[in-house]
Design a protein around this ligand. Sequence first.
Ligand code: NAD
Length: 296
Amino acid sequence: MPDRPVTETGRVGVVGAGTMGVGIAYVFAMAGFEVFLVEPGAEAASRAQATLKETAAGAVSRAKMTAEKADGYLSQVRIIKGATELPVGLDVVIETVPERLDLKMKVLADIANRAPRLIATNTSSMSIDVLAGAVRDPACFLGMHFFNPVWSLKLVEVIRGAKTSADSVERAQALAAAIGKTTAIVADSPGFATSRLDLVQALEAIRMVEEGVASPEDIDRAITIAYRHPIGPLRLSDMVGLDVRLDIARQLAGTIGPHFAPPQLLQDMVARGDLGQKSGRGFYDWATETINSNAG
Ligand code: NAD
């Protein structure tokens, strides 16, 4: 049996076993936590189980842990069907259901009924203060914004609502540290820190393509080599999804200011179905992994 982490119970809940929920469950399990992973969909639940096994097998094949240890950690993940089945009094329950306000409010209310010490949402764009309306005690509620893939990206953005207590922020930091993550503490504000900063650069890069300043490939090469960014803003936009970028740009243009207004090129690419990696074509041609010179 793996060593127990140094938190109150060493037991956590994750609600929603999609892309993010599985990743979050995995990193907690690999840090020795007992994890209750909530997923009502049978197909999603078996996909989650398979992803957990494949990810652990990858770590074993890279000699990061023994097969025996990986099996021990994974046996600590239990998949259950609803948040109402979560044990009472867990260290934290993290909500990772789809980005729909009504759904998140319902799920957060169910989580609050199980009285965990901390309730976190992994929302990428919703206001923590609005979501706090679903829980009984907003002092123990905050955002813990993880990044995909959760097992390799080390940041957790901790988003403090107006009523979040200092104690809850400390708990979130301690939990993040226990799973090997670094935190950035941010006030509840549209786009938090990461999406807001990342989008400024992506939108400017798209405007530069639009104005013919340089090709997508040259812009990405310039920033990766000159400033040592691991990936250029246009390649990253393709990976995130240009439709996702467009949605966030529109949202931030309405809340923060017109400098987030989406460039016409971005709107045109989304309208013609060039969404980036997921559609096979964006600023890059993902079928051949080469530059799409018609992006402009
Ligand atoms: P996803 O669609 O892959 O997964 C959501 C899961 O929640 C699905 O498996 C779904 O069956 C499940 N679900 C639906 N209703 C539920 C309920 N009532 N109870 C329990 N589970 C339920 O979504 P995702 O990409 O993992 O995103 C989840 C959240 O994380 C969203 O708020 C998203 O904005 C945020 N987020 C996503 C990313 C990303 O890169 N995908 C990054 C950061 C934050």
